[in-house]
Design a protein around this ligand. Structure first.
Ligand code: SF4
Length: 486
């Protein structure tokens, strides 16, 4: 792609349309709070920083109070953002430098900012743009990836990419573009699974169209774009490739994933099931008919070998990589699903249906779920789904549970994956709705009452944990349960 002025403008319009809400993701009330939050955001997600900063700013509202902070107390308050020793040291140095060199105020000059402890060029640009409205285009990991995929830069360092972007786009658009590119990287042009099929910039992107290899991963993305229903949710070892190509398909299947075991039974494949984990307990009668091979994380490998499976089905969160590696070492075929969204279920059903000889059942499930998913609901109340206590752990927006919650019409909260929270961080989240599933932690009425006292204005729901965590076998049920709550 040769980027002409017209095409660059076209890209900007598309991004503006796709992300009208693009803005600085770090919560802040003044330049001091922004520079502190930006220092904390190194090697940490913005949402995690936003959970940490309310308590921090309540304790240290300005440079003078932060300069006097007790290092151990400061470290305790920022511990969950990672690298807290260094960050605390930088924050103390930063606060002292602000006091001695700038009378406690954050300067609005790029050189003075970049000279402060813990503040490099990137942080300086973020602060300049967001606190003072000075055009700047800080290149973070998202912008670096997106710019290179779109062919806006071939730079190998963030500085080089920044220079290329600043040359291509008008100075007055830098701040807006900075936020749009970050939103695009987060919501669509994901590092691992870019959603090219739904990308507003696809026709402008050679990488997305498969004309060029992805500079981020080295892979070609074409196959995914051509076949949107093909799963990006599967990995398998080379032995599994041959098992899947057997004319009759695998005849001796072992599932180390409770919900997949249930799915195979739902699809009438019980006679092919030769093994399950001790957590594969639904339907109840398979406990008596299908041999058990240990747990999901610690399967009994000699028992697995004895049962001679053609194929073992795994899931990346449920079963560790070492399980897959051991199976490979034993010469056993495996296939690993990766279910992180409701859409992944559609793809996984079709793939499993095709490979296991249950295509009709798969197509029926796909059609029913697609009906349930339409129309797309508006973003509803900010919802925290807790899955553990001591410590508090939630299911983040980029997990299967988070996506199910979103598809039902809630707005999932919190950092990505499965973040843990201190008591102060939990309070700072201030959710409108709290979901307490009965699995994996057994949340009960008592917990609901405790949380209600803590969050008097939140609506708290106890709900069936298996309905919302058992992907593939109970996806439709989970969606219906959640919609009923709403
Ligand atoms: S088409 Fe794909 S690779 Fe290109 S910008 Fe869009 S999501 Fe990223």
């Amino acid at each position: 792609m040769r980027w002409t002025k017209t095409k660059l403008r076209d890209l900007q319009l598309r991004l503006a349309q796709a992300y009208p809400d693009a803005k600085c993701a770090l919560d802040h009330a003044d330049p001091f709070q922004l520079v502190v939050a930006t220092v904390l955001s190194a090697q940490c997600t913005d949402s995690r920083v936003n959970i940490t900063t309310p308590a921090l700013f309540a304790r240290y509202p300005d440079a003078a109070s932060l300069a006097r902070a007790n290092p151990a107390e400061l470290e305790g308050l920022i511990r969950s953002t990672g690298f807290y020793h260094n960050k605390a040291k930088n924050l103390l140095g930063l606060a002292n430098a602000l006091l001695t060199r700038h009378s406690g105020k954050v300067p609005n000059d790029a050189h003075q900012l970049a000279a402060l402890p813990g503040v490099g060029q990137k942080t300086a640009n973020v602060v300049l743009a967001n606190a003072f409205g000075v055009p700047a285009l800080a290149v973070d990991t998202h912008i670096f990836r997106v710019a290179r995929r779109l062919g806006l830069s071939a730079g190998k360092t963030p500085e080089k990419v920044e220079a290329d972007l600043c040359r291509l786009f008008p100075r007055e658009d830098w701040i807006e573009l900075h936020h749009q590119l970050i939103f695009h990287g987060r919501r669509c042009c994901d590092a691992r699974k870019p959603d090219c099929g739904n990308c507003a910039a696809l026709s402008l992107c050679d990488v997305g169209q498969g004309k060029l290899a992805d500079p981020h991963s080295g892979a070609t993305l074409l196959a995914r774009n051509k076949k949107p229903d093909e799963p990006s949710v599967i990995a398998f070892n080379s032995d599994a490739d041959s098992a899947l190509k057997m004319p009759t398909g695998p005849q001796r299947i072992m599932s180390l994933v409770p919900s997949v075991t249930e799915l195979l039974v739902q699809w009438g494949l019980t006679s092919k099931l030769v093994g399950r984990t001790r957590y594969c307990i639904s339907p109840k009668w398979i406990r008596a008919t299908v041999p058990e091979v240990g747990g999901t994380k610690d399967p009994n490998f000699p028992r697995i070998v004895d049962l001679k499976p053609d194929l073992v089905i795994l899931e990346k969160d449920e079963n560790s990589k070492s399980v897959a590696d051991t199976l490979t070492g034993l010469g056993i075929s495996w296939l690993a699903l990766e279910i992180r969204s409701v859409k992944d279920c559609l793809a996984a059903w079709l793939m499993l249906g095709k490979q296991l000889g249950a295509m009709d059942q798969a197509k029926t499930r796909v059609a029913e779920l697609k009906k349930l998913l339409s129309p797309k609901p508006k973003a509803g109340p900010r919802t925290l789904t807790l899955i553990w206590k001591n410590p508090w752990i939630s299911a983040g927006p980029d997990t299967y549970v988070g996506d199910l919650v979103r598809c039902a019409g809630f707005t999932p909260m919190g950092p990505e994956r499965y973040p843990t929270f201190s008591e102060e961080e939990l309070d700072a989240l201030d959710p409108e709705v709290i979901l307490l599933p009965s699995e994996p932690y057994r949340f009960t009425k008592r917990h609901a009452v405790e949380l209600q006292k803590r969050f008097p204005s939140a609506t708290i729901h106890l709900l069936n944990g298996q309905a919302i965590t058992w992907y593939l076998s109970r996806t439709e049920l989970g969606l219906e349960c959640l919609r009923e709550l709403l």
